[in-house]
Design a protein around this ligand. Structure first.
Ligand code: C2E
Ligand code: MG
Ligand code: MG
Length: 713
């Protein structure tokens, strides 16, 4: 705002005639109320300026106490913000110019000034000074503002060269204004697009080429020359001159790393449980919906397991919430360790967890997982010097059988969980309408197997092994039967694998060993021929800690010669952990216990490991032996198996021998022994005792030629 007032004028002029002239001109043409103060030397002028306000000084440069520029300097010093018009002589042009450089607003040449010229000069001088002051203040205000705000500001000139950097900009870019002033902005600022890490389209080009106003760019990265990267957002605006031509750019940017981290944190918090860090109900629903959407395409099923801890409230109440919380964290950790990366474990709140299995191929997979979860949660949790035990009840539902949407699946798994609780806890239930017959069936088998163990519903049948040269019975294989009170006799293939999965094979296997050895002892006591008794052993039994000790104590109790006990194991059982197998078999061999490879040919054992195991007998799989009868041209596998046994120097037995043709073939190939329905089906012990008494009918072993003759008769 320009003050257009000229009321107090200080005239510094030692020449009375010049002073008079000016006074006259001003009185006659000057503005009304103009107060003119006239002094004749600089000292008086300085005194006046020290005590009075003055709008303008009219200064003669030839004063008695101050000459030339010195007068200008002193007048300035005495009235620093007062505009100054100097009076010079005709020949003092250069002095006048220097006076202006020193800050004088204008100069007048004595003797050439008329009233109008004088007044115009005075008015302009005041106006210009006022304008300068205003500009200065404006600039100051802008500078202070720019350094006070938290955002970084970078300005460029019309060429795109940096002209200004405020201190936040210096801090963020790591460059000082003095370093980069005049350098191209693109050289100073490297801004990347966070989405693709490509150089963001040059903000300068954006602005200088356009007349538009400020534009905002988010999701950018400021890549500093020291390698530090700062997520930023920035706005850029053009500066125009009066003609509307680009005069520069202002770029304002801000560090958004804290804001971005906060957003991420909020997003995480919105989807996760605070205590365990697991996905919460919301995220689970999301994932479940997603899994349901893709499962049909991948021909997979989706399972929802709803877990609820048994008696958690009691633990919480008795041991305190802090231990309760830690228990939940420990349970969460164990559940997570059980599942695959693609699966989701979520905490629904309280002591409820939901496991989402996305790649279920068979309902049995879910059974296995449920059982595993029961096991891991039930293992003791050590928390703050406490051993805390907690059980779980699990309900399962499967897409698509038990529901086609997330809500139904969760609701049904929850219902099944309550059934599990009602069923005595620490167990699992499939949703009852679940038409996963196999899983339900399996669950049923498992439940009744448990009862069967308690109620001793098992029996052993025995099948003879026959020496193919002499026709003698050399041994008996004990084969388990489940005498189910309702379903009748159940063959081992229908329950042994379930028993192995759920661990019931351990008590069952123990019973089989004791029973078989007890039976061998009974036959011996009855004076029957001494034969070996063979027992089938699963992997789970072989690796159980008490396996060896159990066998030894049974042998001792029954008083059976260890050489009469044979253990049959399939190749996969032996190969599962070949190193530990070698060790276990070594101990068995030391005792004299025999080992046979069962179902030889169906697994993948190498010659080398067979040699390392130092087994006693190879039992050729029934599936090969059957070919002797059904595909006489394909007997090479049987022959090969016999040769393997011979080269390993072990006995070889053919399983599943069903007719005389097989016997003839096996004999011609020098197979040592055979076993199969041709000689005898597996029979109860009393019947087997009779077989031992009478022996195998000698006709069964007639040489090939005789057999054919017999056939013709
Ligand atoms: P395995 O050890 O290979 O037993 C031979 C199986 O072949 C028996 O079936 C037997 O009845 C059958 N078999 C005998 N002769 C013939 C024949 O001429 N033709 C045909 N087609 N089959 C014949 P089983 O008793 O049903 O046993 C099946 C499997 O169950 C056994 O195979 C064995 O792996 C397992 N197993 C049986 N008892 C026990 C046991 O006490 N403990 C364990 N862990 N597994 C057992
Ligand atoms: Mg066997
Ligand atoms: Mg077999």
């Amino acid at each position: 705002m320009i003050k257009n007032v000229l009321t107090k004028l200080l005239l510094v002029e030692d020449n009375p005639a010049d002073a008079d002239l000016i006074r006259i001109m001003l009185r006659k043409y000057g503005p009304q109320g103009l107060e003119l103060t006239h002094v004749e030397c600089m000292t008086d002028a300085e005194m006046h300026l020290a005590n009075h306000a003055v709008d303008i000084i009219l200064l003669d440069l030839g004063l008695p106490d101050a000459h030339g520029l010195q007068a200008v300097v002193r007048a300035h010093a005495a009235g620093p913000r007062v505009p100054l018009v100097v009076l010079t002589g005709l020949d003092d042009e250069s002095l006048a110019e220097r006076a202006i450089q020193e800050g004088a607003q204008d100069h007048l040449i004595k003797g050439q000034v008329d009233a109008r010229g004088l007044l115009r000069a005075l008015r302009y001088a005041v106006e210009r000074k006022t304008m300068e002051e205003a500009l200065y203040e404006e600039k100051e205000r802008a500078q202070v503002t720019l350094s006070c705000i938290g955002d970084a500001v970078v300005c460029t000139d019309r060429m795109g060269n940096v002209s200004f950097l405020n201190s936040p900009a210096e801090r963020m870019t790591g460059c000082s204004l003095s370093e980069v002033a005049g350098r191209s902005m693109t050289e100073v600022l490297c801004i990347l697009d966070a989405a693709n890490r490509e150089l963001a389209s040059d903000p300068l080009a954006l602005t200088l080429g356009r007349t538009s106003t400020a534009q905002l760019f988010t999701n950018r990265i400021l890549a500093r020359r020291d390698g530090v990267e700062i997520p930023i957002e920035y706005s850029v605006a053009p500066v125009h001159d009066r003609e509307g031509q680009a005069a520069g750019t202002v770029l304002v940017f801000r560090d958004v790393s804290a804001a971005r981290a906060k957003v991420l944190q909020l997003a995480h918090a919105a989807e996760h449980d605070f205590l365990t860090g697991l996905p919460n109900r919301m995220l689970l629903n999301d994932r479940l919906r997603q899994a349901i959407a893709v499962a049909p395409r991948q021909r997979k099923q989706v399972a929802v397991l709803f877990l609820d801890l048994d008696g958690f409230k009691r633990i919480n109440d008795s041991l305190g919430h802090s231990i309760g919380d830690k228990l939940l964290q420990s349970v969460a950790k164990r559940i997570v360790a059980c599942v695959r990366a693609a699966d989701t474990v979520s905490r629904q709140g309280g002591d409820e967890f939901v496991v989402l299995l996305t790649e279920v191929q068979r309902p049995e997979d879910v059974t296995v997982m449920a059982r595993r979860l029961l096991e891991v949660v039930a293992a003791p949790h050590s928390i703050d010097q406490h051993q805390v035990f907690v059980g779980t009840s699990i309900g399962a539902s499967i897409f698509p059988d038990d529901g086609l949407d997330a809500e139904t699946l969760l609701k049904n798994a929850d219902t099944a969980m309550y059934q599990a609780k009602g069923n005595g806890r620490q167990n699992y239930r499939f949703f009852k309408s679940s038409m996963n017959d196999r899983a339900v069936e399996r669950q049923h088998i498992e439940d009744s197997l448990r009862l069967a163990v308690e109620r001793h519903e098992f029996a052993l049948h025995y099948q003879p092994k026959v020496d193919l040269r002499t026709g003698e019975i050399t041994g008996a294989e004990a084969l388990i039967r489940w005498m189910h009170p309702v379903r009748g006799t159940i063959p081992p293939d229908e329950f042994v694998h379930v028993a192995e999965d759920c661990g019931l094979i351990l008590p069952i296997g123990h019973w089989v060993l004791r029973e078989a050895c007890g039976q061998a002892r009974a036959w011996r006591d009855a004076g029957l021929p001494q034969i070996s008794v063979a027992v089938n052993v699963t992997s789970r039994e072989l690796r159980s800690e008490s396996f060896l000790a159990d066998i030894f104590s049974i042998l001792e109790v029954t008083g059976i010669d260890p050489r009469l006990l044979e253990l049959e194991m399939t190749e996969s059982v032996l190969m599962k952990d070949a190193t530990s197998t070698v060790a276990i078999l070594g101990i068995l061999r030391e005792k004299g216990i025999q080992v046979a490879v069962d179902d030889f040919g169906t697994g993948y054992s190498s010659m080398r490991s067979l040699r390392d195991f130092k087994i006693n007998t190879l039992k050729i799989s029934e599936s090969f032996v059957r070919q002797i009868t059904t595909l006489p041209s394909e007997t090479s596998l049987v022959t090969a198996a016999i040769r393997v046994a011979q080269s390993l120097n072990v006995r070889v037995l053919a399983e599943g021998v069903e007719d005389h043709r097989a016997v003839a073939f096996l004999r011609s190939e020098q197979c040592d022994e055979a076993q199969g329905n041709y000689f005898s089906r597996p029979v109860p012990p009393e019947e087997f005792a009779k077989l031992l008494e009478t022996g195998i009918a000698s006709t069964l072993l007639l040489p090939l030629a005789e057999t054919i003759v017999q056939d013709r008769r």
